[in-house]
Design a protein around this ligand. Structure first.
Ligand code: CP3
Length: 323
């Protein structure tokens, strides 16, 4: 078990260590990234570390013009608007990713659990590139996708190359697994997902398979897309909207699952959290290939003491649940 966003906002030691260092500055400092990544592993005894970084870091590395604005998220100075902008997108080289590789090397030397590396999937990165920032309806993105499908597919293929370069660097430096975050894919219909997002994501997953490390493929609100997201992935991340038993019967025994406690449930009193966690374990019913996690990232207001009790509960009861 591990938690998406286990490092960061919910931990007091994170705020002490990061202070007011801007996020992109923080991720450029391997010593700080190492400390922030290790904090939750030390505190909770989770079974994996996840690199402290962001999905837009490789875009920042190639000077695409990304800033991370506190309280907003990633903001792109000159959004992707047409064919001429394809020239601004290329895979980052080893030197541009040197800070990431250095942090991964420091971490694997320290850790005795695996380090999970990650990248943003082409669709989710394209949404930021086209919208210029976070978006509720992804309307410009979809307008480009449907209106200029050739340009759109070229954009997603460029972003696949960006993700592949970033994941290769992380695995070469010692990451033992990777997660491909397609956080916003859930805004697509299955038909649109298959036509406009899956081809580039599948190329990323195929490149990871060649590296010989397992790939977790995760989306939010992507319940209708699970079978498509499973193609080429070893593990599918399930959010809390899909019961885990339903996900398992849809995906079959050859695909592992990760999830899927509602992050907001962790804000309830402990007895309720425990009941919710037990029901996730019961839905998996002792089947092999379940990574316990939340259905999305830890919310900033989460009490770390609750997550500690959750780790202890899953470690104690996780193998003991009968169908
Ligand atoms: O812990 C923190 O949230 C503080 C540091 C921070 C991160 N990203 C780390 C991160 C900050 C301020 C950001 C900016 C950012 N980037 C936001 C706003 C964050 C917020 O909630 O205020 C967003 C939405 C992004 C874009 C982004 N980054 C997405 C869509 C994802 C994929 C995961 C998801 O939440 O759907 C990321 C990955 C990310 N950013 C991680 C971390 C530590 C992922 C690794 C992990 O799970 O720990």
């Amino acid at each position: 078990m591990w938690f998406m966003r286990q490092a960061g906002r919910s931990l007091p030691e994170y705020h002490r260590a990061r202070g007011d260092t801007a996020l992109l500055e923080a991720v450029a400092r391997p010593d700080l990234v190492t400390e922030l990544t290790l904090q939750p592993v030390r505190r909770y005894g989770v079974d994996a570390a996840v690199l402290f970084s962001d999905i837009v870091v490789p875009l920042a590395a190639i000077d695409f013009g990304v800033d991370i604005v506190a309280g907003t998220g990633p903001v792109i100075e000159r959004p992707f608007a047409g064919r001429a902008d394809l020239d601004r997108l290329r895979p980052p080289d080893a030197e541009e990713l040197a800070h990431v590789s250095a942090a991964v090397r420091l971490l694997v030397a320290e850790l005795d659990v695996p380090l999970i590396g990650f990248a943003g999937a082409p669709f989710t990165l394209a949404s930021y590139a086209v919208e210029g920032g976070p978006s509720r309806h992804h309307s410009r993105t979809k307008a480009m996708m449907l209106g200029e499908p050739g340009l759109w597919l070229d954009l997603t293929e460029r972003l696949a190359d960006v993700a592949i370069a970033s994941l290769r660097a992380q695995v070469a430096a010692g990451a033992g697994a990777v997660q491909l975050f397609d956080s916003w894919a859930g805004c697509l219909s299955p038909d649109h997902y298959r036509r406009f997002a899956a081809p580039a994501s599948r190329r990323v997953l195929a490149a990871v398979a060649e590296l010989g490390v397992p790939a977790i493929h995760f989306g939010v609100g992507a319940g209708e897309l699970l079978e498509d997201m499973a193609v080429g992935a070893d593990v599918v991340g399930i959010d809390w909207r899909v019961p885990l038993d339903a996900a398992r019967s849809r995906l079959g025994p050859d695909v592992a699952v990760q999830g899927n406690l509602d992050p907001a449930a962790c804000l309830a009193p402990w007895e309720k959290v425990a009941a919710e966690a037990r029901s996730v374990l019961a839905a998996n019913a002792g089947r092999p290939g379940h990574i316990f996690n939340l259905g999305h990232g830890v919310l900033p207001e989460t009490d770390p003491a609750i997550l500690q009790r959750l780790v202890d509960l899953v470690h104690r009861d996780g193998h003991a649940v009968e169908p």
